[in-house]
Write a protein that binds this ligand. Structure first.
Ligand code: GFB
Length: 292
């Protein structure tokens, strides 16, 4: 989802875009990654590839989330260093921050407290990615930087109800309930956790800005600066989809972290802000879902 959005955004830049498929290069395989980099010799790298998923996938596949993300980061960052890549942007996640971090969360909150248990495996891998970028900066003078996006959504998202994040799950559930003429849809948990959402094309735009203009040790939060409760989000999705039934709770599913609104100050100081409202982004994502 993020990689495709970055490719769409790069169409407006004067550059040649190099991509590859999972079938051609398995990022878990060090030899394949090194030979791709040695052959293609990119000037700049957006490292958006990752093993990702929603709260249930994170909670039930800890080994996959930790191992695969560590391998992808280590293989790509070391390969980029070996062929003298001039700039690399690593993408992390807002779940790197402590479960009870001050809100809105400043970049400095990293490693100041215990993580949210449902996604600590993924978070540890992403923290290692930030540290890899910093370490190659420090030891080898590489211009490797990191961005921490909030919960992203948009075209190309995963709509599988077991492994997806909340946004695509709700869009699919509301759509199918509407078609079936169902009386209700199920929302996991209490609905009270707050989440910050960013449309993926806005995230891609921020990534390109950072790639061109930012060069520092400290990672940069990439968010919208606003959050909503999961219940508010569920109501919004139902409105956009046109489902007027009831919302019922599935309290056997976890809530996860109570709130993770990131401070948008650092990115705002660089002159960047998102363009897409939550309403417009959900509507666009629903159009994509129906078409695909
Ligand atoms: O998006 P989500 O799966 O992940 O869930 P996190 C966010 C909230 O939505 C949780 C609730 O409180 C869920 O219980 N929710 C309600 C639902 N209905 C649903 C549903 O049908 N499906 C899903 N998936 N959730 C992830 C992390 O945390 O956020 C990752 O696990 C990553 O590591 C990602 O950081 C950005 O926001 O809780």
């Amino acid at each position: 989802m993020v990689g495709s959005a970055i490719v769409r955004r790069l169409a407006r830049e004067n550059c040649e875009v190099l991509t590859t498929t999972r079938a051609e290069v398995d990022l878990l395989d060090q030899a394949q990654v090194r030979s791709w980099f040695a052959r293609e010799r990119p000037d700049a790298v957006f490292l958006a590839a990752a093993k990702v998923g929603g709260i249930l996938a994170n909670d039930s596949l800890p080994a996959d989330f930790l191992y695969e993300n560590l391998m992808i980061e280590a293989n790509v960052i070391e390969a980029a260093h070996r062929v003298d890549v001039a700039k690399l942007l690593f993408l992390g996640s807002s779940c790197i921050y402590p479960k009870f971090a001050p809100q809105p969360i400043p970049e400095e909150a990293l490693l100041t407290g215990p993580l949210e248990p449902t996604n600590e495996w993924y978070a540890i891998a992403k923290i290692a990615g930030i540290k890899l970028a910093q370490a190659y900066r420090r030891q080898y003078g590489r211009d490797f930087i990191s961005a921490m996006p909030t919960n992203l959504y948009g075209p190309g998202d995963n709509f599988d109800l077991r492994s997806s994040h909340v946004m695509p799950a709700l869009i699919r559930k509301a759509h199918e309930a509407k078609l079936r003429g169902a009386e209700s849809i199920e929302m996991w948990g209490t609905g009270s956790p707050r989440r910050e959402f960013l449309y993926v094309d806005d995230c891609a735009d921020a990534c390109v800005e950072l790639m061109i203009r930012y060069s520092d040790d400290v990672h940069v939060n990439v968010g919208s600066g606003e959050d909503v409760t999961i219940l508010e989000l569920t109501r919004l999705v139902c409105d956009v989809v046109g489902f007027a039934g009831e919302i019922v709770h599935d309290l056997t599913k976890p809530d996860g972290t109570p709130r993770k609104l990131m401070s948008a100050d650092k990115l705002a100081a660089l002159g960047w802000k998102p363009r897409t409202t939550l309403e417009a982004g959900v509507a666009e994502t629903y159009r994509w879902f129906q078409a695909n």
